[in-house]
Design a protein around this ligand. Structure first.
Ligand code: UGA
Length: 437
C-alpha cells in the first residue's frame, strides 16, 4: 500500500520505518528540511535502538523516502498517517495547531480518495474535527475517511513495540476504513481491537494515565514504607505475583517524566474539567509525582543544611534509560534546584549530555557551576554527594569502592533504587534511596 506519514518526529518516524519494513511503500514528509536531508542520507535524528539500521535498509530497498514537498506527498497515497506533535499548552490542554495545519494541507492537495489516520495522541473528538476540517477545505472531488489509531511506543523500545505490538487499536466510523487498516496492519500479526473513534482516542489517554497512576501509587506506598521501616522493593515483589496487579510499572523512584505521562495526564484532567468531571485519581497521580521529584532534594537539604558550594555528582539526566530525552526529567528539576542553591554540579549520562548542555550550559550558571564528565567515575571524583536519577545499566556495575575511592565523602541519594542498600551500608557508603530505610 502507498502510505504517506505526516511528521518525522518520534511517532511518525518509527511508524513510517516499520510500515516500510513490512513491505508498504512509505513517503514521509516534514517541514524541517534539515531533518529530511539527514533521513534521506540514512541518518536517524532521534536516539532509538535499532531504528537507524531499519531506516538504512528500507532506504536501500526503496520502501521509504522523505520529502519536504508536502504537496506531492499528499497527492495520491492510499492512506495518510498523521504523526505530528500535540505538545502541552500552558493550561494543560493539548496544542492541536500542527494537526489542523496538516489537515488543511491534505485537503488542498489530495487528488484521490484516501484514508486519513490520526496517530498522534489527541483529545477525544479531534478525529471529528479533522474530518470536518478536511471536508471544509477539500479542493478536488474526492472522498475521505478518518480513523483513529493511537500509538503505544515507549522510547528505547519503540521499534520492538511497533513490530510486536501487544495490541493495535483501530477507531473507525466505517467498515471500509476498518478493513483498510486491518490490511495495513496484517503483516504485524498483533491482535487488532476495533472500536469507535472516540473510544480509540480515549484508550490512549486512559492507558497512559493508568500506567502513571500505578507509578504514583507505588511512590506513595514507598514513602509510607520508609516511615514504617518496610522495603518498597520487597513490597512490589510480593504484589507482582498477583496476576491482577502484574509485574510492570511497580518501580518506585524519583517520579515519572518524559514527553507523554506528564502531558497526557494533564490533558485528561483538562478534558474532564471541560466536562464538569473531577478525575480525582489522575489529579492525585500528578500531585504525587510533583512531590516525588523533590523527595531526595528535601532529604539532602536536611542532611547538609545547605547545598551551597557542595560538589554534587549527578549520574543520569534522561527521564529513563535508552533515550537521550530530558523532557520533564526528574533530573532536570533537581539539577536546577542544586544550581539555584549555589552547588557545583558535575554531570554524566551515557546518552543525554548533548541535550543537557542545552539546558545547563557548562561553567557558571544560575548561582552555581556546571561541569560535564566523560564517565561515571570522573563525575564522582572529588564530590561530596552523588545523586542517581536514571537507572542506566552501566551505573549498576559501580561498586561501593568506586564511590569510596573517588568521592570526598561517599554519600549517595539514589532515585532509582539500583543498589542493595545493605551492601552499600556494610561497606561504609552512606546510602539513601526511595522507600527503603
Ligand atoms: C509511555 C508509554 O509507556 C507508552 O506506552 C506510550 O506509547 C508513550 O508513553 C507515548 O504516549 O508515546 P515513555 O514515556 O517512552 O512511554 O516511557 P515509559 O517507559 O512509560 O516511562 C515513563 C516514565 O515512568 C519514566 O520516567 C520512567 O522512569 C517512569 N517509570 C516507569 C517509573 O518511575 N516506574 C516504573 O515502574 C516504570
Amino acid at each position: 500500500m502507498n502510505i504517506t506519514v505526516a511528521g518525522t518526529g518520534y511517532v511518525g518516524l518509527v511508524a513510517g520505518v516499520c510500515f516500510a519494513e513490512v513491505g508498504h511503500k512509505v513517503l514521509c514528509t516534514d517541514t524541517d528540511g534539515e531533518r529530511i536531508k539527514l533521513l534521506n542520507d540514512g541518518i536517524c535524528p532521534i536516539y532509538e535502538k535499532g531504528l537507524e539500521e531499519l531506516l538504512k535498509k528500507n532506504l536501500k530497498n526503496k520502501n521509504i523516502s522523505f520529502t519536504e514537498n508536502y504537496k506531492k506527498a499528499y497527492e495520491k497515497p492510499d492512506a495518510i498517517f498523521i504523526g505530528v506533535g500535540t505538545p502541552e499548552k500552558e493550561d494543560g490542554s493539548a496544542e492541536l495547531g500542527y494537526i489542523s495545519a496538516v489537515s488543511k494541507q491534505i485537503a488542498e492537495n489530495l487528488k484521490q480518495d484516501c484514508l486519513i489516520v490520526v496517530k498522534s495522541t489527541v483529545p477525544v473528538g479531534t478525529n471529528d474535527m479533522v474530518e470536518k476540517l478536511i471536508n471544509d477545505f477539500l479542493v478536488s472531488d474526492v472522498k475521505i475517511d478518518v480513523a483513529s489509531n493511537p500509538e503505544f511506543l515507549s522510547q528505547g523500545s519503540a521499534v520492538n513495540d511497533m513490530m510486536n505490538a501487544q495490541r493495535i487499536i483501530i477507531g473507525t466510523k466505517s467498515k471500509s476504513a476498518e478493513n483498510m487498516l486491518r490490511e495495513i496492519y496484517k503483516p504485524f500479526k498483533s491482535p487488532i481491537v476495533c472500536v469507535g473513534r472516540r473510544s480509540a482516542e480515549m484508550i490512549k489517554y486512559a492507558s497512559n494515565s493508568f500506567l502513571a497512576l500505578k507509578i504514583s501509587y507505588m511512590n506513595d506506598i514507598a514513602n509510607l514504607c520508609e516511615a514504617v521501616d518496610a522495603d518498597i522493593t520487597e513490597v512490589a515483589k510480593g504484589m507482582s505475583y498477583d496476576e491482577r496487579i502484574g509485574k510492570k510499572f511497580l518501580k518506585a523512584g524519583i517520579g515519572f517524566g518524559g514527553s507523554c505521562f506528564p502531558k497526557d495526564t494533564k490533558a485528561l484532567i483538562y478534558l474532564a474539567e471541560k466536562n464538569n468531571i473531577h478525575l480525582k485519581t489522575v489529579e492525585g497521580c500528578v500531585h504525587v509525582n510533583e512531590n516525588q521529584k523533590n523527595v531526595l532534594y528535601k532529604k539532602a537539604c536536611e542532611r547538609f543544611l545547605t547545598l551551597s558550594r557542595l560538589n554534587i555528582s549527578v549520574l543520569g539526566v534522561t527521564f529513563k534509560p535508552g533515550t537521550d530525552d530530558l523532557r520533564e526529567s526528574p533530573a532536570s528539576a533537581n539539577i536546577r534546584k542544586f544550581l539555584n542553591d549555589g552547588a557545583n554540579v558535575k554531570i554524566y549520562d551515557p546518552a543525554g549530555m548533548e541535550n543537557a548542555r542545552k539546558i545547563f550550559p557548562e561553567g557558571n550558571f544560575l548561582n552555581g557551576k556546571t561541569e560535564y564528565s566523560h564517565s561515571a567515575k570522573e563525575a564522582l571524583s572529588g564530590s561530596d554527594v552523588c545523586f542517581i536519577f536514571t537507572e542506566w545499566e552501566e551505573f549498576m556495575y559501580l561498586t561501593p569502592d568506586d564511590f569510596l575511592e573517588n568521592m570526598r565523602r561517599a554519600v549517595i541519594f539514589d532515585g532509582r533504587n539500583i543498589f542493595d542498600s545493605r551492601k552499600m551500608e556494610l561497606n561504609g557508603v552512606e546510602y539513601h534511596s526511595i522507600g527503603r530505610k
